[in-house]
Structure formats: C-alpha cells, structure tokens
Design a protein around this ligand. Structure first.
Ligand SMILES: NC(=O)c1ccc[n+]([C@@H]2O[C@H](COP(=O)([O-])OP(=O)(O)OC[C@H]3O[C@@H](n4cnc5c(N)ncnc54)[C@H](O)[C@@H]3O)[C@@H](O)[C@H]2O)c1
Length: 340
C-alpha cells in the first residue's frame, strides 16, 4: 500500500483528487487533513468529505498544517510515501483585507510540511518519496509575455497570495537542495467545476443570476483567464504524483509545472457561456444585467498557461472545453440547491 498524505482534503481540488485516487488506484491509502475553516460555506466542505468517508482506504483528520505538532504526529504515525499539499488560504482579493491567514497557512503551514518531509529521512528511513504542492498562476503577476512559461521571471507579485505561493516554490527548492526532498510545484490556472469554490467568480455570478441581481464585470470584460476544468487538474496531479522530478544540473530533484487549459477566454465570453449552461440546466431563465467596472487591485489582466513541459513529460494537457465544464457545473448546481 502506498500511503498518500493529502492536505486540504475537504477543499475543491483535494476532495476531487482523493475521490479519483480512491476510484482508480487500488494500492493506495489516503490520510487526509483539513481544518474545515469557514473562509467559505463549511457545508460544502462537509458535502465533499461525505463522498470520501465511506472508503476504508481513506482516513480523515481534522487539523491545521500551521500546527506543527499535529503535522509531526501524522508523519510519525503514518509515514507517508507521497505528500500532496493543497491546504492553503486561497483567493487574491481576500489577501488584501485578511493577510494574516495567508502567512499562517501558506507560509508557516508549508514550512511545517517541509520540516516533516525533511525529518522523514531521519535514522535512515526511506521517508517521503515525492512532495507535490499547489502553487498558482497568480505568481505571474502582470507578466505581459504570453503564454506564461515556468521559465519566466516571476519576482514581481501583485498580491500577498501570489507572494506566498512564489515563496513556497523558493522554500521547496531550498529544502530539495539541502535535504534531497523530491518536490514538484503545480501552478494551477483558474480551476472550476461542480462543488467548486463559492468565492470564485463563476460561482458568485451564478448566485447573483439566480436572484436576478446585476453582475459586476471587471476591467469592462477585457480580462482573460485560462479556465481549467477540475477533472483535468486532477488528471494532471496524478500524472505528476507518480513521477519524481529528474535531477536538475545542480543536483536538485525539483520541478514546477503549469496546469492550465492553454486556451484563455475573455471574461465576457465566460459569463455568456455560463448563462447559456445555466439556462439549459434550468437554473435561470434569462441572462443577467451587467455592470461594467474598472480593474480591481491585485487582479491580473490575463492568464495563459504554457503547458509544453506537461506534454513533454507526461503526454498530457487539459482538454475539457468551457461549454462542457460549465454544463457539468450548472447541472451540479441545480441538483445541489434542489432547483429542478
Ligand atoms: N481553485 C483554483 O482556481 C486554484 C488556482 C491556483 C491555485 N490553487 C491552489 O490549490 C490549492 C487548493 O485550492 P482549492 O481551490 O481546492 O481551495 P479550497 O479552499 O477549496 O481548498 C483548500 C482547503 O484547505 C483547507 N485549509 C486551509 N488552510 C488550512 C490549514 N492551515 N490547515 C489545514 N487545512 C487548511 C481549507 O479548509 C480547504 O478545505 C490551494 O493551495 C490553492 O491556493 C487553486
């Protein structure tokens, strides 16, 4: 049995990853950690967890990665082979008004994970074979060269959230170099899908559309996002988990990949597709009034992933179209909120 430790397991990406692993990999045991914080509706986290808890190969622990003793206890009791760190305080705009939780979860929490990986090799133990962790497309800040490549210089973050994610990549590099932890960082690009995050635009738009409220379109709709469907993200993470990175020329097993759709869409086109899918699913019966506003602080104009490395190393790139992905979201929304 391969023991996989997944943090943020009740989160959008963590729960979908765990569900797929339990369905497709028979030789895996998953220890999942989440502090179930109320950054958004906890019921949604409980709903996601409920789909995992029946499996005897899944163990849920409620705890905080910023609590060093809690993380140490998990490592010393379960000796994970693979660690997937998805627990974090997410969201760009929230980091403007609530910086503390970013430092706690994304910096202190991630440091605790690294320290436990480091000590997993003590006394000649085999220890952690691969640390995979979530970074973000927001590290590219206002990069104006597209598509965004992991070779681009990303030293100018425009939000504290982005700064913590870039810091994770730097910390992981230092720990990979010093202690030989094979590590791979994944820069996810705007992930969406059923039971997704209510703080993200598509979910918020839907909540407003249903009440017949106006929706706000920032930068007058002139913004582009590489929207990536959850199933593609999960497939990407599983490919990466299974293969430790090759040593770089300076002897470090360290790698960072983009996982994005490689096909940016304008915010306006996204909203129109969402409206179409919601009408088809019976969630709304007409398109919304739109209020066009200037850019928000911390926002970036465009995200667009270069996924050549993913294709080269795994023969994989995301493939779900916006129409297909948003249809699944709309159908889930109708069912979850009992709209039909
Ligand atoms: N969804 C996206 O579009 C996106 C894009 C880029 C990067 N990411 C990153 O991917 C990861 C997963 O994102 P998600 O969309 O699933 O977010 P999410 O908020 O749904 O999931 C994160 C989970 O981690 C938990 N958590 C937060 N802080 C914790 C802590 N200190 N200890 C234990 N648990 C904690 C939360 O309760 C939550 O369930 C995050 O690191 C996020 O920054 C997500």
């Amino acid at each position: 049995m391969l023991r996989v430790f997944i943090t943020g397991v009740a989160g959008f990406i963590g729960s979908n990853l765990t569900k797929r692993l339990l369905e497709t990999e028979s030789d895996i045991q998953i220890i999942g950690l989440d502090n179930m914080n109320d950054y958004y509706n906890v019921e949604l986290k409980e709903y996601r967890l409920k789909q995992l808890i029946g499996s005897e190969r899944f163990l849920f622990i409620k705890g905080n990665i910023a609590d060093k003793i809690c993380v140490e206890n998990i490592f010393s009791k379960y000796h994970p082979d693979i660690v997937v760190n998805l627990a974090a305080q997410a969201g760009v705009r929230y980091s403007i008004t609530n910086p503390d939780s970013y430092i706690e979860s994304n910096i202190i929490g991630f440091f605790n994970i690294l320290e436990c990986c480091r000590h997993s090799y003590d006394d000649g133990n085999v220890g952690v074979r691969h640390l995979v962790y979530a970074s973000s497309s927001s590290v590219y800040g206002s990069n104006d060269k597209v598509p965004y490549s992991t070779e681009d210089k990303v030293d100018n973050p425009v939000s504290l959230y982005a700064a913590t994610k870039k810091s994770n990549e730097l910390m992981a590099h230092a720990y990979s170099k010093l202690y030989g932890i094979p590590s791979t960082g994944l820069r996810f690009f705007t992930v969406y899908g059923p039971a997704g995050r209510p703080d993200m635009a598509y979910f918020g738009f839907t909540n407003k559309l249903i009440k017949g409220q106006k929706i706000q379109i920032y930068n007058y709709g002139d913004m582009y996002r590489d929207f990536t469907y959850i199933d593609d993200i999960v497939t990407g993470i599983i490919h990466v988990m299974k293969k430790t990175p090759q040593e770089t020329s300076d002897g470090v097993k360290y790698k960072v990949y983009n996982i994005g759709n490689n096909h940016p869409e304008s915010l306006l086109c996204f909203v129109e597709t969402l409206e179409r899918c919601l009408i088809k699913a019976g969630v709304i019966d007409k398109a919304a009034d739109k209020e066009f506003l200037p850019m928000q602080p911390g926002d970036v104009y465009q995200t667009y992933a270069d996924v050549q490395d993913l294709i080269r190393d795994f023969g994989f790139k995301p493939k779900t179209s916006l129409e297909e992905g948003l249809t699944k979201f709309a159908e889930w929304y109708a069912e979850y909120y009992g709209i039909k």
